[in-house]
Design a protein around this ligand. Sequence first.
Ligand SMILES: *[C@@H]1O[C@H](CO)[C@@H](O)[C@H](O)[C@H]1NC(C)=O
Ligand SMILES: *[C@@H]1O[C@H](CO)[C@@H](O)[C@H](O)[C@H]1NC(C)=O
Ligand SMILES: *[C@@H]1O[C@H](CO)[C@@H](O)[C@H](O)[C@H]1NC(C)=O
Ligand SMILES: *[C@@H]1O[C@H](CO)[C@@H](O)[C@H](O)[C@H]1NC(C)=O
Ligand SMILES: *[C@@H]1O[C@H](CO)[C@@H](O)[C@H](O)[C@H]1NC(C)=O
Ligand SMILES: *[C@@H]1O[C@H](CO)[C@@H](O)[C@H](O)[C@H]1NC(C)=O
Ligand SMILES: *[C@@H]1O[C@H](CO)[C@@H](O)[C@H](O)[C@H]1NC(C)=O
Ligand SMILES: *[C@@H]1O[C@H](CO)[C@@H](O)[C@H](O)[C@H]1NC(C)=O
Length: 575
Amino acid sequence: MALAYAAFVLLVICIYKPVSSQQNHSNLISLGSSIFTNVPPTSWRSPSGTFAFGFYPQGTGFIVGIWLVGKPADIITWTAYRDDPPVPSNATLELTVNGKLLLRTYYANNEAGEEKLIARIEKSALNARVLDSGNLVLYNEHSEVIWESFNFPTDTILGGQNLYAGGELLSGASSTRLSTRRFRLTMQNDGNLVLYSVGTLVDAYWDTSTSGSFDTHLYLNYTGELLILNNTSGKVRSVVFSTDSESESSSIIYRATLEDDGIFRLYSHNFDSNGSYTTSLKHYAPESPCEVKTFCGLNSYCTMNDNQPDCRCLPGTVPVDPDQRYNGCERNYTEELCKVAEETSSYNIIDMEKMTWDEFPYFSNSMSEEDCRKSCLQDCNCAGALYESGDCKKVKFPVKYAKRLEDDSSKVFFKVGLKSVESRNRSIATAMKPPVVHKTSKKTVMLIGVMSVAFITCSSIAIAVSVFFISKSRVVKARMRLGSGNLGLAHELTLRAFSYQEVQLSNWAYELLVERELDKLDLGEDVDLQNLEKMVMVGMWCIQDEPGIRPSMKSVVLMLEGITDVSVPPHPTSA
Ligand SMILES: *[C@@H]1O[C@H](CO)[C@@H](O)[C@H](O)[C@H]1NC(C)=O
Ligand SMILES: *[C@@H]1O[C@H](CO)[C@@H](O)[C@H](O)[C@H]1NC(C)=O
Ligand SMILES: *[C@@H]1O[C@H](CO)[C@@H](O)[C@H](O)[C@H]1NC(C)=O
Ligand SMILES: *[C@@H]1O[C@H](CO)[C@@H](O)[C@H](O)[C@H]1NC(C)=O
Ligand SMILES: *[C@@H]1O[C@H](CO)[C@@H](O)[C@H](O)[C@H]1NC(C)=O
Ligand SMILES: *[C@@H]1O[C@H](CO)[C@@H](O)[C@H](O)[C@H]1NC(C)=O
Ligand SMILES: *[C@@H]1O[C@H](CO)[C@@H](O)[C@H](O)[C@H]1NC(C)=O
Ligand SMILES: *[C@@H]1O[C@H](CO)[C@@H](O)[C@H](O)[C@H]1NC(C)=O
């Protein structure tokens, strides 16, 4: 099968061989060949010179990858070790005499250098080639393919490339505003092709609705058709993007990339004889950036403005960071300990037309518009209600995935507070001293531990913290979290590894807080309950899932010192 596939790839490549002025046929990579960061050759080229594999300059270093060579700019189509920092100059790539493709990085204090395998293979390769399709292929002594970069796509598939069941494309971290957001295109085992937002919030925002056909894979063919094929028979099961054949030219390269804004785009690059290309966008999904669920941060909504997506704050909220409209918004009114105060007079309801959100309501019932408004106003948990065909669907704070659609009949009611954050002067505590604890119960130790971790996460140091507590002979794993730095792989793993108990722990602390039952902790008589409440509240802000709503270290200090007031945080796992 693999042989047949390789033969097929080679056949197709022979037919569709892009032309370029940079002809160089001495492109077989034999054992013992090397390329370097600081001296030529710095890359290995495909026969026509259309693609190169090697060191590509990035920042002050280099990435190891494959790129489409051309003017106006090269386009990177594959990256090795993409989550690692760029390699410093003074690195080499070698197809060793033992048949391994090896990256060696030298550091001043390490003579031997660091070695990383580019292709993880059991057996030895005899040689390698960069094909004109953009595939880096390693062969054994029988000229059989033993490894190919096409089987390990990063954010792109090229003409001739498959994405097998279970495979995925992961968007790169963007240099700009979406730096912590990542998106994933998954060819699911059930036959469905799905786009997901990943990170703190995991949610699908587009799919091909082709589930139910197992044994399928995605294939971008050489004329730009993106197809879901039966893996066994090769028959087309579904056409994802159908591209009008531009005069069947051999000088067109098709590329489908999941870009850092969460949109999956299919491009064609049409080369002229000088190695310059023109790009045209053939297809993309989803239709609107507003459908990318995490395009706008929490408590903001996405709206199209002159064909450009824009994020605006929901009523009663202001931008977390006025210079970063995509980072979400926060309440500018005080949320009293609602269950205690229960004063509807401090809230108001604001209506907005043509609005909707894709959030699961905690409450849904049919009622009149007026009753829906009232129901939200009188409900401490209600941040807003979506009113749609007679149904009142209430959601909690913070509000996710809100968007405004010109052709939508739904309506939303937002609850807004009348007392601003600044003017509030009924603070929970006066000055802030850490609570004095004489008699400590195990639960107290746990709580204090969680809060310490919480405060650490509020600092800007990107540090993963893992704290273990023993409670009632159970091991409770406290929240591990990275700070405000990049949402790295570790963070994702951490989120996936969330234990039931850990969620329970923060839930439990939150419940005690809103029920005002922290005194049940049996802390002894000297504990200033008000201070404890305040600390727990600040801690709860720090462990919010959405980085945008976690306070900065500065605000934490101000809150703890009683200079600014603390509002009741959203439920720690509600995001
Ligand atoms: C072909 O590539 C090799 C190594 O990459 C280089 O040494 C040689 O000069 C090139 N030949 C031409 C004709 O460009
Ligand atoms: C790395 O750089 C150092 C100093 O610039 C040089 O002496 C050494 O030979 C280099 N090593 C390689 C493998 O290029
Ligand atoms: C690509 O797929 C379309 C639709 O199945 C087909 O008509 C076309 O011939 C294919 N092109 C290649 C090069 O296989
Ligand atoms: C689909 O076919 C490819 C190529 O023959 C093979 O590598 C892959 O394992 C197959 N996938 C499934 C799910 O059968
Ligand atoms: C895929 O093709 C094989 C062989 O032709 C066939 O037996 C199988 O039913 C097909 N699968 C689907 C989901 O159509
Ligand atoms: C290629 O470059 C030459 C010289 O720069 C120019 O005269 C010619 O028009 C170019 N060809 C194309 C197809 O752009
Ligand atoms: C909150 O901000 C909005 C928009 O800036 C403003 O209209 C509203 O009056 C503010 N509310 C409070 C309570 O400050
Ligand atoms: C807060 O209340 C105290 C007395 O209760 C008063 O002295 C102080 O000026 C008030 N501060 C603000 C900002 O209203």
